[in-house]
Ligand binder design. Sequence first.
Ligand code: RIB
Length: 346
Amino acid sequence: MIEKGKCPICGKTNQCAITLGEEPSTCWCMTTKIPKNLLSNIPDEYRNISCVCRECVKNYDKRVCVVGSLNVDHILDVECFPRPGETIKAKSLNTFFGGKGGNQATACAKLGLSTSMLGTVGADSHGKRYIDHFKSIGVQTELINKSNISGQAFIQVDQNGENNIVTIGGANYDLSKKWIDDHLEEILEHDVFLFSLEIPPKVVIYLMEQLEKHHKLIILDPAPFANFNAKMLDFVDYITPNQTEYDSIKSLLSPNHHVIVKRGEKGSKYIHKEISINIPPYPVNVVDTVGAGDTFNAAFCFALIFNYTIEEALMTANIAGAIATTQSGAQTGMPTLRELLKIRFK
Ligand code: RIB
């Protein structure tokens, strides 16, 4: 619940004179321009009781670069997954924008973050459509290369919303060190980097090396785990495996790593040194879990940018990931900042 005088973005006390009923003329918010996009995301009920704080206005300028894959998702809606050798009938087939990177970038943009995508689409009609889609939702596309044929994902979603996914990487695997070198200046204009691994692991490590030299914040979603390399752990600030990935990675982690385990219907867990914090899930009616983890990562990134405590960050990410499961398709159900804030401070 947002109380009088608390910022609707971070929930912390905000000394805004107007909302505290004091003389407004000298208040910082009369002299600082609060970005229109940020203001338009504030739920109406907070409008007259609270003001966005100065810190959040400053943090709103931070730029996120999502590094990862861009796929076309072909989603088959099935009653149950087929057993080996079995033929079954699907209830429907739909095509959506997907790929872990594309999903994370979309979720970041919907949460109002200034977001660029770094990856490769096919030099085909799918690739063109993906770039147009990004432009329409405000994802910056200057760091997207075009080559080859777009990556594709063949996905089955069962009646419980569970999924299994087979991808063919296509253009995603054409991301090269040369592309990184040629765009390094623009890349380094970003503050926070969100990685996933449906792209060449060597390029991920190469880029992380460059970013570390410039003290950039790095979040890694180690999925698919087949592309994970222990060297990546030298560079990451936060790593966000799901439970299965965590079980495979844990022997490689040091107590100094900040680990966020995405546990789906069990919520999420933060592990660092002797600290272990479980945050319960946000209950929803699940339709389709594709993209829930990607939305979780984006919301976690949002929470870091706005200096949430780790508990608040996980709670926020749990809510965002859960909302994303309430509609079919990875990106369709992702919450906007306004939707997230409405629930977050209810
Ligand atoms: O994380 C979900 C994504 O994984 C899907 O959109 C699919 O494209 C695969 O990359």
